[in-house]
Design a protein around this ligand. Structure first.
Ligand code: KG4
Ligand code: ZN
Length: 308
């Protein structure tokens, strides 16, 4: 009924997320945000049937804030508490608007994770590949930092790349099986820039769009080829793309063309359901509510949590 987000612009100042600052800002925002959500839905707290909350993986301080708040609501209103795995929520963000078709191969690409998951039902999934170092979003953000773009750099790179051309083929890690590796990319971008900046201190400003196009190309090529490899290996013809990087226009068109070529279908969540949002948490919460899967008030907060 509502899907409000507060973006923590303070992270731009430091070029990344400062965990302590993030948790303090959660404390400041959570009551007001909840009030806004209720008001815009014309609801009161007593109308709520259950409360779903993210419980990992994530930053411990921010999780503690959300989980403590949800526990308090659950206790005071006498309603069930439902914990939601953040990665599970990204997966089900696909089905907020679209009907599911199983089995489905889903690529999760966010700031902290890059995973290939075989989805056989809302609660039935298998991790078949993942990054061994940086996540795809992290690769966008770290390369963007080298280009002096504000954090998070993914959306700016996406926008600038649209009018750029490929000026350099950055090397892609050749990972065995279905795993990914992105940490080498930022190193090669770093050395490439250093070399050119020696001759031309204006190299970045003068070639920004082309640099973005080249970096984006390297990331989406390696994501696309692993998706294709996995779908062929597992004989899956329905593909899904989720997480913040799923908002990337280049990646969306890359997966669309792979799927058209192979006669597969592909679905993407609406843009607002790609980057972190409350609707995807509510989606998993609703499905768990229907199954009666509730959590205990003494549930611990889990910063590190595999997809379950
Ligand atoms: O899922 P998300 O909102 O948060 C995490 O769970 O990490 O993903 C955030 C990541 C950031 O790294 C951001 O740069 C990236 O998603 N991102 C994008 C785009 N929009 C967000 N990357 C590339 N292109 C975009 N349009
Ligand atoms: Zn996320």
């Amino acid at each position: 009924m509502s899907n409000f987000i507060t973006s923590q612009w303070i992270h731009q100042k430091y070029g990344g997320v400062v965990p302590e600052a993030a948790s303090r800002l959660h404390v400041e925002a959570i009551v007001e945000l909840t009030t806004m959500a209720l008001e815009s839905s014309h609801l009161q707290l007593v109308d709520i049937t259950a409360i779903a909350v993210t419980n990992g993986p994530g930053l411990i301080g921010s999780l503690l804030c959300g989980v403590s708040f949800a526990k308090s609501l659950s206790l005071s209103l006498g309603i069930p508490l439902i914990e939601v795995n953040h990665l599970h929520a990204h997966l089900l963000s696909l089905f907020i608007d679209s009907a599911p078709t199983f089995p489905m191969l889903v690529l999760t690409v966010s700031g902290g994770h890059t995973q290939l998951v075989k989805l056989d039902g809302y609660f039935d999934f298998t991790l078949i590949g993942q990054t061994i170092d940086d996540a795809a979003g992290e690769a966008f953000d770290k390369c963007g930092k080298l280009l002096n773009l504000p954090y998070p750099a993914g959306p700016s790179i996406d926008k600038l790349a649209r009018t750029g051309k490929i000026i350099h083929r950055f090397p892609q890690a050749k990972m065995p099986g279905l795993n990914f590796s992105f940490s080498g990319l930022k190193t090669s971008v770093l050395y490439y820039l250093k070399e050119h900046l020696k001759e031309n201190p204006e190299f970045i400003q003068q070639n920004l769009e082309d640099l973005c196009a080249s970096i984006q190309q390297a990331i989406i090529e390696s994501l696309g080829s692993k998706v294709e490899q996995a779908a062929l290996e597992y004989s899956i013809s329905h593909i899904g793309l989720v997480g913040g990087v799923a908002a990337n226009s280049g990646l969306r068109s890359k997966l669309s063309s792979i799927c058209t070529k192979n006669n597969w279908t592909v679905i993407f969540p609406k843009m607002t359901y790609c980057t972190d949002n409350a609707a995807m948490i509510a989606k998993v919460g609703y499905e768990k509510f229907r199954k009666g899967q509730f959590s205990d008030l003494n549930m611990p907060v889990m910063a590190r949590l595999p997809i379950q």
